[in-house]
Design a protein around this ligand. Structure first.
Ligand code: IPE
Ligand code: IPE
Ligand code: MG
Length: 247
């Protein structure tokens, strides 16, 4: 389903949007509230973005919820984030399912509690066959981890199937192997870095950085990012002239 944004932009809607949802803590502190308050508001912002992406016909939305380095935060904050993850799964999965959304979690899930791992599996199984938006939540995810686990899997595959490793491709073993690579990469919160998010996958993504803190990232903010994306010429190594000719 496409709405007025698509028509008015007459541009391209990215097939895959990847977002570093940053700035929850600062958003809360600015209001003299505990950081947990910002994380909760962050979940609301995520709901809005999911709805918009589904409405625009985006195929894949990948969001960074917890990095492999975020365990270094104070234990109390880590605990809040784990509880919020569990609560959000419990309260939202049925709604996602109703909206034909396929949910996938990427990252090293074995560091999570057994209860959380169980809930993740349940959510993925329930929504597995859905054909609408694929929502990928990166949790205990790191780009380094992804490349390492892919290399390991590729090696195991080659040995167990007795095929030469040179016939295999790393991309087929990354945690995002079943989806297209991101077209648009967004980071909110003002920082201009990748923070170990999708390293291999963003080789040719269009990068978009905004100072907007994640809880304030609304439909208009997403529209601005998509508009900016659709105004760029993606050349993938070719010249402008080549791209213009092939249009
Ligand atoms: C992003 O917001 C959420 C997570 C990393 C879990 P932050 O918590 O990093 O917010 P800031 O960057 O401190 O404002
Ligand atoms: C990146 O944000 C991770 C998530 C948004 C989940 P951080 O706030 O952890 O990144 P740094 O530490 O500022 O690079
Ligand atoms: Mg941050």
């Amino acid at each position: 389903m496409y709405d007025s944004l698509t028509r008015s932009m007459q541009g391209e809607i990215p097939k895959h949007i990847a977002i570093i949802m940053d700035g929850n803590g600062r958003w809360a502190v600015r209001q003299n509230k505990p950081r947990a308050f910002g994380h909760k508001a962050g979940v609301d912002a995520l709901k809005t973005t999911i709805e918009s992406c589904a409405a625009y016909g985006v195929e894949v939305l990948t969001v960074f919820a917890f990095s492999s380095e975020n365990w270094r935060r104070p234990a109390k904050e880590v605990d809040v984030l784990m509880k919020l993850f569990m609560l959000t799964l419990k309260s939202q999965v049925r709604r996602l399912h109703k909206n034909n959304i396929r949910l996938k979690i990427i990252g090293d899930r074995f560091r999570f509690s057994e209860a959380l791992q169980g809930k993740i599996k349940e959510a993925e199984t329930l929504t597995h066959q859905n054909t609408g938006l694929t929502l990928i939540i990166a949790a205990n995810y790191g780009g380094h981890w992804d490349v390492e686990q892919a290399a390991q899997k590729m090696f195991e595959h080659a040995s167990s199937k007795d095929v030469p490793i040179t016939t295999l491709e790393l991309k087929d073993f990354l945690s995002t192997a079943d989806v297209v690579v991101p077209d648009l990469f967004i980071r909110t919160g003002g920082e201009k870095r990748i923070s170990n998010f999708l390293l291999w996958q963003i080789a040719y993504s269009e990068l978009y950085f905004t100072d907007t803190l994640w809880p304030d990232f609304d439909k208009d903010a997403l529209d601005s990012a998509i508009k900016c994306f659709s105004s760029r010429q993606r050349r993938f190594g070719q010249t402008s002239e080549q791209i213009d000719k092939s249009r």
